[in-house]
Ligand binder design. Structure first.
Ligand code: NAD
Length: 481
């Protein structure tokens, strides 16, 4: 029986095909046990009218194979095309983006020679859900959705990854001092799960000071786990200061399918010239082999690659006459790495993937019971009557609310009624918190309140129910409440 794993392969656009050839040659020379199912995605598919760069009949191949090696693709400008990467990530539930950032100093210049960290970024939630609205003339919003299952899965993955890869510490970065419910949930879950990994160090840093420290002393970090947007920004900072953006690979890990790629794009400016550096895609392929459990092959390739780099055999992007020995093209580089299989670097730390196979199914989340109680409702209004005086709005709402008690009104989160400050700037977007005067409240009571407000001439633009979960309030207080 053929037990060789099958990976989906996309050769991509621009320099994609030539760096793919180089990587396949190196995998072959290393004895990687893998076969490929090739698909067409990217520019040709965008231009054929598929808005996400992929045709519907390609999905079964991607879904069938647990591994996907993807060369960079070109997104044509204009035309309302959607990001293929985001589409693949979300469709296939690729919840973790794993980006190692490492210094190869002195062979690639880097101000932080000791830097060697991995960013584990939540890949599906946060502000990237793309749920945005304009609600009034003056106000727009985006919904930041953070889920407990999402947090549990990514945080557990970060700890499992750290353990499997012989790392010592996991640092969580959030803004939980401001976003107590969303970022607060992420950091809370981090604290809970950290208890299960006493063999690993753990700490939490506020994202602003944490990213400043990352930029100033990246060597102090090991594994960082964070939310989608922060992770996006942090991983670019880390890649940039490592001096080797062009050499970095990235993994998008899911329970059923995982996708591996280079961090860089399709570089159409140098396509077809045999000068592109295949190292980024090769780094993605090495992550792929480790993920498949072919740890010795992963190690052999990375060590041959490190030896090539150390011996000064460099593609144009890394070549510097003062420290390089030989300038090679894409094909020449692939040949040089292939010829060095079995060699280990002399100066740079050799790669070690011992024990690095990671069981993604073990990072699933625990189901929770639902114990929520409805306590009231925040009604959002578009209102700009007269001088926009909060007291005028308050008295109008108190009159219309009937059995409901108006608890407060905020504008951009700041309490402006009752007892607001005249200095507070008010837009046309008001959040009005209603609580029942007595007894329990139901959704039907909220519908009744909305009808009453509509009849009194108020323009309701949305509502948010206020829930208590056990002994925990599930909503924030207004600033100044
Ligand atoms: P890019 O990363 O393709 O190129 C930026 C610069 O780096 C260029 O000067 C390029 O020549 C150089 N470069 C990139 N990779 C190189 C390599 N391997 N060897 C040597 N030099 C290299 O970024 P861009 O120009 O902003 O984007 C070009 C296209 O790639 C766009 O269509 C973009 O949408 C796409 N893109 C795709 C991905 C992906 O598929 N994952 C990621 C980023 C950008």
């Amino acid at each position: 029986m053929n037990t060789t794993p099958t990976a989906t392969l996309a050769r991509g656009d621009g320099i994609g095909p030539e760096i793919t050839d180089a990587v396949l040659e190196i995998l072959d020379a290393a004895g990687a046990d893998i076969q490929f199912d090739e698909i067409q995605i990217g520019e040709s598919q965008f231009l054929a009218g598929h808005k996400s760069g992929i045709s519907p009949d390609t999905w079964p191949t991607i879904r069938k194979n647990p591994i996907f090696l993807k060369a960079p693709i070109t997104t044509p400008l204009g035309g309302g095309y959607k990001s293929l990467n985001v589409t693949i990530r979300k469709t296939l539930n690729l919840f973790a983006n794993v980006r190692p950032s490492k210094s190869y100093s002195p062979f690639v210049p880097c101000a932080f020679p000791e830097m060697n960290l991995v960013i584990v970024r939540e890949n599906e939630e946060d502000l990237y859900a793309g749920i945005e609205h304009q609600q009034t003339e003056e106000v727009t919003q985006v919904l930041k959705l953070i889920t407990r299952p999402g947090c549990e899965r990514i945080v557990r993955y970060a700890f499992e990854y750290a353990r499997a890869h012989g790392r010592e510490r996991v640092t969580c970065m959030t803004k939980n001092n401001i976003m107590k419910h969303t970022d607060g949930l992420f950091s809370q879950v981090f604290q809970e799960i950290a208890q299960e990994y006493p063999d690993l160090g753990s700490d939490h840093q506020i994202i602003d000071i944490g990213s400043a420290r990352l930029a100033a002393s990246p060597q102090d970090f090991d594994v960082i786990v964070t939310l989608n947007l922060y992770g996006d920004i942090l991983s670019d900072i880390a890649s940039q200061i490592s001096g080797s953006v062009g050499l970095a690979g990235s993994a998008n890990v899911g329970e059923h399918v995982s996708m591996f790629e280079a961090v860089h794009g399709s570089a159409p400016d140098i396509a077809g010239e045999d000068i592109a550096n295949p190292s980024g895609l090769l780094a993605g392929a090495v992550q792929m082999l480790a993920h498949l459990g072919q740890l010795e092959v992963a190690e052999r390739i990375e060590n041959a690659w490190l030896s090539t780099l150390e011996q000064g055999i460099h593609t144009a992007d890394v070549f510097d006459a003062s420290r390089s020995a030989e300038r090679v093209g894409t094909k020449g580089f692939a040949k040089a790495v292939s010829e060095r299989m079995g060699e280990r670097p002399g100066t740079l730390a050799p790669a070690s993937y011992e024990g690095a196979k990671l069981d993604v199914s073990s990072v699933a989340h625990a189901p929770r019971k639902n114990d929520k109680v409805l306590e009231g409702v925040d009604v959002f209004l578009d209102w700009s009557d007269g001088d926009r005086a909060p007291n005028d709005l308050g008295s109008g709402l108190v009159a219309a609310g009937d059995a409901w008690k108006l608890k407060m009104i905020t504008n951009r989160g700041v309490k402006v009624w009752p007892n607001g400050m005249p200095e507070t700037f008010c837009t046309d977007h008001w959040r009005c918190r209603f609580l029942p005067s007595s007894g329990e409240v139901t959704n039907a009571d909220i519908v009744d309140l909305l009808g009453r407000l509509g009849a009194a001439g108020f323009d309701v633009i949305k509502t948010e129910n206020l829930y208590r979960f056990g002994d925990r309030r599930g909503y924030s207080l207004g600033q100044g409440e």
